[in-house]
Design a protein around this ligand. Sequence first.
Ligand code: PLP
Length: 473
Amino acid sequence: MNPNPLIAPPALVRRAEQHDTKAIQALDSAHYIHPFTDHGDLATRGSRVITQAQGIYIWDSEGNKILDAMSGLWCVNAGYGRKELAEAAYQQLMTLPYYNSFFQTTNVPAVQLAAKLAALAPEVRGRKFEHVFFSSSGSESNDTNVRLVRRYWDLMGQPQRKTIIGRHNAYHGSTMAGASLGGMSGMHAQGDLPIPGIVHIEQPYFFENGRPGESEAEFGLRAARALEEKILEIGADKVAAFIAEPVQGAGGVIIPPATYWPEIQRIVDQYGILLISDEVICAFGRLGHWFAYEKFGYRPDLVTFAKGVTSGYIPLGGVMVGDRIAKVLIDKGGEFNHGYTYSGHPVACAVGLANLELMEREDLPRKVREELAPYLAKRFAEIGEHPLVGLAETCGFVAGLVLVKDKASKAMYDPELAVGMMCRAHCFRNGLIMRAVGDRMIIAPPLVMTREQIDEMVALIRRCLDDTLSELR
Ligand code: PLP
């Protein structure tokens, strides 16, 4: 029995014999180029074939039930199997499956979703978000941000403001601009990135970058002031924007010290540069608020969103455009020569609307903030006592733990051992999806978990840590 009464009981899980796993794997490896996958491994070991999902669980073609502590790729906020979302898609497909928003046309779901998002985005210190630009993904949305930022400064008569500052180990997508804004060295190494006009500063990761004797609060200020140093190095009149995730997700759930964001706000205000909050992971309840800038109290000009807006049921992304930019773009800009065939796709927007209404009905952001996140934090503090764990931390409903060789000194294992991957393999074996970023294990579970399901997840994590420790000894 699924203990969460908000989610329908699991549908009948198809039997393993209905899927010929080996045949699917052979076709997969012969024809399908996967994102972020070693194709040598695909050919030798085959991929895991996921066939069905319900609530917080997925099933593979062998009939194994797996607790998905990553919500797919940080996106299935409302959990799997939500009928309302399928029905919204079906109704819209039957009414108007497609029409574009180019050349002065529009469609009802896109308008309604834009208005809904504007209503949900809180005003911070006088800055409002009344406008939305739609895309189909986080990457496209960040490409849109580059276009928006450049257009804004051109219209402001400061075309020399071109440089955008990002952070090392940040993830902002896989397109040329997205990967360039991000700070993933592995991505930069393939394809001569970043593109010109994008530079990076250090990430606010105290565990790795804190100096001996430095407090976390002092480190937070120092990490933020790296932005000021970079602005001064480039010349303040040449800097267009700073882009950052509120909490770095794909980089390993890097949670900034409390002093970080207020200092970033001081710096962007002082030098007049635009602030882009990439909330592709952190919005829609993930950190206990509709938008994460509210949690940290800073004031962005642009907010990137995707993933959780439809709980991943259908591709949709976009940018919340703050009034500072929207006013200039609309009053002075004329035609903005930018857009995607699927900008404001009616089916995606209908699903987005249904998803946000579902999240509102179930009060998910508040539930995360007041109930689930404190409970997860308590249970993670207990995991922190495990001999293999050097640090366990949570922020809203994301969490990370660092696997260490020596708990007292926090010495790490030799990277050659790939302890994170070892632990991830034990997770797979034990029916748990947890992600490894180096030796940092991370989770972002669906926001519909019950306390009992958090307990079940924590017990599984413990078992995987025990198994990893046994293998290491
Ligand atoms: N920005 C952030 C913070 C992300 O985490 C991601 C994806 O994980 C993206 C952008 C890119 O989104 P997409 O994969 O939808 O292009």
